[in-house]
Design a protein around this ligand. Structure first.
Ligand SMILES: [Zn+2]
Length: 111
């Protein structure tokens, strides 16, 4: 997996954990874990290219998961077929940009 996509996937994991912790807070549980999650998120976000980070933030408003795997040549987010040339890497070889699904726009990674 390309480095940029790997970090975006990790960032998404942290964001989902932050969301879980926030929901627990609403239920009256302790929020100690929240602070370290915020710190980890900030640190990781600083290592991601601005362009990729902005794309991720935009997608996150629209989808529960902005970064999804490609399984059996299909985007897990919308089941759209992903072109063969893009299967091998989580990064477009010519533009070096992260690969997004042509149908739903989610960021793709290849497992
Ligand atoms: Zn898709």
């Amino acid at each position: 997996m390309a480095d940029g996509v790997q970090k975006l996937a990790a960032l998404q994991d942290i964001d989902l954990m932050i969301r879980d912790v926030s929901e627990e807070k609403d239920l009256g549980f302790s929020t100690e874990g929240r602070v370290s999650l915020d710190e980890a998120r900030e640190k990781l976000a600083g290592q991601i290219e601005n362009r990729d980070l902005r794309l991720y933030e935009r997608l996150r408003k629209r989808y529960d998961r902005a970064v999804v795997p490609v399984i059996d040549h299909r985007c897990v987010g919308c089941s759209n077929m992903v072109p063969t040339a893009r299967r091998m890497s989580g990064e477009d070889r010519t533009t070096r940009k992260v690969v997004v699904c042509e149908n739903c726009g989610r960021i793709l990674f290849f497992v």
